[in-house]
Design a protein around this ligand. Structure first.
Ligand SMILES: C[S@@+](CC[C@H](N)C(=O)[O-])C[C@H]1O[C@@H](n2cnc3c(N)ncnc32)[C@H](O)[C@@H]1O
Length: 251
């Protein structure tokens, strides 16, 4: 039987509003020995940390803070090296018998840096107990604040990122009732003709939500034909949603 040492917990902290942190996440944040924070680079403030700061302030004993840098690079070798290195650091702490809570925006298993670290921990350090606490994802939070249902009855929702090629978007759009684009909304303007050719109509409902549930939240809701006139902010923390093929849209 493998010997279990320490614990690594992926904690989804929700999309921004601290009231959207789950009760289970709060429990872990209040008891973990180490709070681990993913960062794109050392000097960048962590949005995930700012979401949980009040929960951490309520603790009698301050946790250790472990910043792990995951730079935004496409260099696969460099990424592999960093994931291994960061997994090694986490395992080192766990082997001291500590619980390490890795905080992550939204849900840990949905387009999150946590996923890579989690895989490395499973592969390289299986002796460390692994727990994952789901969080309110930005996807559903954006649907809630824009008051646009993501899916009804047997509708198909496709979730894409802004990096997906137009031909692929066009193919997917032909089969989906709704599309959601993560990782920025800026490219939506250039996609309007592609979407119109793939079954969406000028009347399809569109929403762009920036910094959902945060004080800077901005929600734009309209029709696909409005998008060309919108001033779309180039903010990474944005999601765009397009809903088509409902009877109402096709009128
Ligand atoms: C690396 S993914 C993380 C997704 C996260 N795990 C989740 O479940 O929401 C980052 C993308 O999530 C979306 N996102 C995260 N938080 C957001 C927010 N508060 N408002 C709008 N979009 C957000 C943006 O599209 C951003 O580019």
């Amino acid at each position: 039987m493998k010997k279990v040492v320490g614990k690594f917990v992926g904690v989804g902290v929700g999309p921004g509003d601290p009231e959207l942190i789950t009760v289970k996440a709060v429990k872990v944040l209040k008891t973990a020995d180490v709070i681990s924070i993913p960062k794109a680079h050392e000097n960048k403030p962590s949005l995930a940390l700012s979401i949980v700061k009040d929960v951490l302030k309520e603790r009698k004993n301050a946790p250790e803070v472990l910043e792990l840098v995951f730079p935004m690079t496409n260099d696969k070798d460099e990424l592999e090296r960093l994931w291994c290195e960061n997994a090694h650091i986490v395992a080192g702490e766990a082997k001291k018998g500590k619980t390490i809570a890795f905080i992550t925006l939204g849900d840990p298993m949905f387009y999150s840096t946590f996923i890579y670290l989690c895989k490395k921990m499973q592969q390289e350090h299986p002796e460390v107990e692994l727990q994952i606490i789901p969080g309110v994802t930005s996807l559903t939070a954006c649907a809630a604040v824009s008051k646009i249902p993501l899916a009804e009855k047997n509708e198909v929702v496709a979730v894409l990122t802004s990096g997906v090629a137009e031909e692929k978007i066009s193919e997917i759009a032909k089969h989906a009732s709704s599309l959601v684009f993560m990782k920025g909304a800026k490219q939506l303007k250039s996609l309007v003709p592609v979407l119109e050719k793939s079954g969406f109509t000028k009347n399809s409902t569109v929403a762009i939500v920036r910094r959902c549930t945060l004080p800077q939240q901005d929600v734009l809701v309209g029709k696909l034909s409005d998008v060309k006139d919108w001033d779309i902010h180039d903010d990474y923390f944005s999601i765009s949603m397009i809903k088509q093929k409902t009877k109402e849209n096709l009128k």
